[in-house]
Design a protein around this ligand. Structure first.
Ligand SMILES: NC(=O)c1ccc[n+]([C@@H]2O[C@H](COP(=O)([O-])OP(=O)(O)OC[C@H]3O[C@@H](n4cnc5c(N)ncnc54)[C@H](O)[C@@H]3O)[C@@H](O)[C@H]2O)c1
Ligand SMILES: [Fe+2]
Length: 359
């Protein structure tokens, strides 16, 4: 039997260090094509904040503000792509500045500037036909691993699913711990827990290999240091969280996430619960699957002063229940990674519904 190992594409260039955003102008210069602008897609949180003025805009470079109060939708991506074409005739590159939402938006817009139709047509695996325009990711929140991953997660008319392809990773990422410094503690915690949960799910999954384990273990160790042992949050914690997110994302390259993500996708689709918070709400109930990880997670909640919402699934209609269970059970690879090939026998609709009822 021949085994086929994934030959995965990675980010081309990485710059890491406090203040490294100041190098962006020089990094972009050789990528500029004539009059075509560099388009900055920036999380609307930064409107009227100093970061906007630090972005090295030249000539007609526009900023499009990304409303990250909801996670990106295929129609948002198509809309921004259409505006860029109408207002600028195209772009030399797209630079996403923000959390996972703004970064995913940038990846998707870059791809949709060169691929026909709607981004909804490309939700899935390896459906993207052409490389996008040059794209740069600049995180202002750390944890999702969106800065290194080969997906851009979008909510479309029928499903929440990424544009997973070799063309999706950024050409360049700028990891500047100064940019995550001001993040509100609660948001930082939830996005950070996305990373912690990636590690637990990847390391305990059946797809794990030494490549993924090496990154996952380091990432988990960093998360435990900053969320479980540090007496207070400081610059060192931001630096470590940024690297935990990077390593956590790398860990998933050869493995997969698991139960918390599969269940959380259903919450996101039906109730609009955000990724990091949804994962946390679910993970809190997963002692039977990840006993040690959940025990430490509960201690992290207390140490970081976080109180989880409760009773989210009360009062759902039967149609909403059906959709939520369908979305979650549709995440086959996640369940297989967590529970093995016979996952369908283990995770029945009834069992999954009872799990949701506890959230
Ligand atoms: N592509 C991937 O591999 C991948 C992986 C996991 C999650 N995701 C996606 O990432 C998204 C979640 O990303 P996230 O958790 O980073 O949050 P986010 O990008 O959704 O942002 C959460 C909130 O924080 C605000 N914000 C961002 N940076 C801030 C800062 N420095 N200070 C204050 N507020 C700030 C935003 O305006 C928003 O209101 C989801 O859409 C999810 O689907 C993608
Ligand atoms: Fe995640």
């Amino acid at each position: 039997m021949t085994t086929s190992y994934r030959n995965f594409r990675m980010v081309d260039y990485v710059v890491y260090g406090r203040g490294c955003l100041s190098q962006l102008d020089g990094i972009l210069a050789p990528r500029r094509q004539g009059e075509r602008p560099m388009v900055f897609l920036v999380d609307a949180f930064f409107k009227d904040r100093p970061l906007a003025a630090q972005l090295p805009r030249r000539g007609r470079d526009p900023i499009y503000w990304v409303d990250a109060t909801h996670e990106p939708k295929t129609q948002d991506v198509d809309g921004i792509r259409d505006r860029i074409v109408a207002e600028h005739g195209g772009a030399s590159g797209v630079i996403g500045v923000g959390g996972g939402s703004a970064m995913d938006m940038a990846k998707a817009v870059s791809l949709m500037l060169t691929n026909q139709g709607s981004s909804a047509d490309y939700q899935g695996w390896d459906l993207v036909k052409r490389a996008g325009v040059y794209k740069v990711g600049i995180p202002t929140l750390s944890g999702t691993g969106a800065e290194v991953s080969r997906t851009a997660v979008l909510t479309g008319p029928v499903r929440k699913l990424g544009l997973n392809s070799d063309f999706t990773p950024f050409d360049q990422i700028v990891l500047d711990p100064d940019l995550i410094r001001g993040a509100p503690a609660e948001q930082r915690f939830y996005t950070g827990m996305d990373c912690y949960i990636h590690c637990i799910e990847s390391l305990q999954g059946s797809f794990i290999n030494a490549f993924s384990r090496s990154y996952g273990e380091k990432s988990q160790e960093l998360c435990e240091e900053i969320f479980l042992r540090k007496p207070q949050w400081d610059d060192d914690a931001d630096e470590k969280l940024m690297m935990a997110s990077y390593a956590g994302g790398m860990s998933i390259a050869y493995s997969q996430v698991g139960v918390a993500h599969a269940v959380s996708y259903g919450l996101a689709y039906v109730l609009g619960v955000r990724h990091g918070e949804g994962n946390s709400l679910v993970f809190d109930q997963l002692e039977e699957f990840y006993p040690a990880g959940v025990r430490d997670f509960k201690e992290m909640l207390v140490r970081n002063g976080i109180t989880l919402k409760r009773g989210l699934t009360r009062g759902l209609t039967e149609a909403q229940w059906d959709k939520m269970l369908d979305v979650s059970l549709g995440m086959g690879p996640l369940w297989e990674n967590a529970l093995g090939k016979d996952w369908k026998q283990q995770m029945t609709r009834d069992r999954l519904r009872r799990l949701y009822e506890r959230i």
